[in-house]
Design a binder for this molecule. Structure first.
Ligand code: PLP
Length: 441
């Protein structure tokens, strides 16, 4: 397949219908067809393991499955079996299910640095709950968010800071401050400038770069010194850095942490975890003002909690994070070799931890380019690789990695041609892909 003759007529029609009925044409902006080459945004029929099929009947090796939530692969048999068992026993009752107790015990055994946990459906609810708890515990209004991390919540305190802030009152956004990752002096300067005003520091413990030596420990000490709550958002790192979270791996214990995504392997389950003294403020054994902490109709749906328990069992018994790292390392070195072999090693650049790889597409001057990303994605799709990132799942096998690297090599050959021509436009097949966060369509 050259890429020129690759079309997706059924997906195209389904995307049209989706846009007519669902704002954004998808239920997460990060899945939008605006982030894919024009006419080449597959609508998925189903998935199994590391593969998905679109409504046109094409099969793809998939990366970043379920926005990084499906880390064991689609329809993982042990997870599905656990879910099925609960489905037959009812999923939501007027009182807590014993599954809630078992899931909490299981989670706290997996992430032993936390003392209490409360489950929810979405990561955003968990991070927003952490913010509310921090504000209640400190009596302070402001929140300090790490500026180098792309997403924390769908709620106003975070969305107000993005280019899509329409509908968020300025008074809310003014309470959210930001600090750069990896710079202790900057965090200290912020906490000093807003002394006694900052309720919490919230960040991913690591994202595309490893924490500089002493950084997380330094933040821990700063938070203690300035009396604010340290929140690690482990939505991504949680079940990709290690089973016990990045906090387990780096040995720095936050006051609160939030989990989701891979915790349920595609089933909707998130968690707020942390120190008992803080978490109890949302409980019935605390004498002070009560904090309304994660109380939702669907928060403890039994089959999602069963999925989470099964995921943790599989992770521990099968050494999943080690496997994710090994697969990612193989993929990264294959892609780097392919790119270098085609003379685009400085332009198609793989970055990040092996279990959470992303790629950058740089133009002739080394600047990030959406046009070159479009060219690259187009060639990957035509070759049967659906890869907005190179975030691996444990279901990939050697043949999948080999196939991906071959397709990347072919894409890189075209990339080289476009660089030589000095203009990728003839290879885009339409408008370039767009970033998620932009003020206007
Ligand atoms: C680091 C991080 N925190 C929070 C969230 C929000 O999670 P959810 O989409 O489940 O609400 C995301 C989602 O992408 C995320 O990547």
């Amino acid at each position: 397949m050259t890429g020129e003759d690759f079309t997706l007529p059924r997906s195209r029609a389904a995307n049209e219908r989706l846009h007519a009925l669902v704002p954004g044409g998808a239920h997460t902006y990060a899945k939008g067809d605006d982030q894919y080459p024009e006419g080449l945004a597959p609508v998925i029929s189903h998935g199994r393991g590391a593969h998905v099929w679109d409504v046109d009947g094409n099969r793809y090796v998939e990366y970043g499955s379920g926005l990084r939530s499906v880390s064991l692969g689609h329809a993982h048999p042990r997870v599905i079996e656990a879910v099925r068992r609960e489905l037959d026993r009812g999923s939501n009752f007027v009182r807590p299910s014993v599954v809630e107790l078992e899931a909490a015990e299981r989670f706290l055994a997996t992430v032993p640095t936390a003392e209490m946990v409360k489950f929810a459906k979405n990561g955003s609810d968990a991070t927003t709950a952490a913010v509310r708890l921090a504000r209640a515990a400190t009596g302070r209004p402001r929140v300090a968010v790490c500026a180098d991390h792309p997403f924390f919540s769908v709620d106003d305190w975070f969305i107000g800071t993005t280019p899509m802030s329409a509908g968020v009152p300025a008074a809310t956004t003014e309470l959210t401050l930001s600090f750069p990752y990896g710079d202790l002096a900057a965090a200290e300067e912020l906490l000093t400038r807003y002394e006694d005003e900052v309720a919490c520091l919230i960040l991913e413990p690591a994202a595309h770069t490893e924490p500089p030596p002493g950084y997380l420990q330094g933040l821990r000490e700063l938070a203690d010194r300035h009396g604010c709550v340290l929140v690690f958002d482990e939505m991504i790192t949680g079940f990709r850095w290690s089973e016990a979270g990045a906090q387990g791996l780096y040995g720095v214990v936050p006051d609160l942490s939030t989990f989701g995504k891979a915790l349920g392997n595609g089933f909707a389950v998130a968690a707020l975890a942390g120190r008992r003294a803080l978490m109890e403020r949302g409980g019935l054994r605390h004498p002070g003002d009560r904090v309304f902490l994660l109380s939702t109709t669907h928060g403890a749906e039994t089959h999602a909690l069963a999925a989470a328990m099964a995921v943790q069992t599989v992770y521990v018994e099968e050494g999943v994070t080690a496997r994710l790292h090994a697969l990612g390392e193989r993929l990264a070195s294959g892609v780097r070799e392919a790119a270098a072999g085609m003379g685009v090693g400085d332009h198609v650049v793989v970055r990040g931890r092996a279990s959470n790889l992303v790629f950058a597409t740089l133009d002739g001057d080394g600047r990030p380019s959406q046009a070159y990303r479009t060219l690259f994605l187009r060639r990957l799709l035509a070759g049967g690789v659906l890869a907005p990132s190179f975030v691996v799942s444990g279901a990939l096998d050697d043949a999948d990695i080999e196939h991906t690297v071959e397709v990347v090599a072919e894409a890189c050959a075209v990339y080289r041609k476009a660089l030589d021509a000095g203009d990728p436009t003839p290879w885009l097949g339409g408008r370039p892909v767009q970033p998620v966060f932009r003020r206007l369509v």
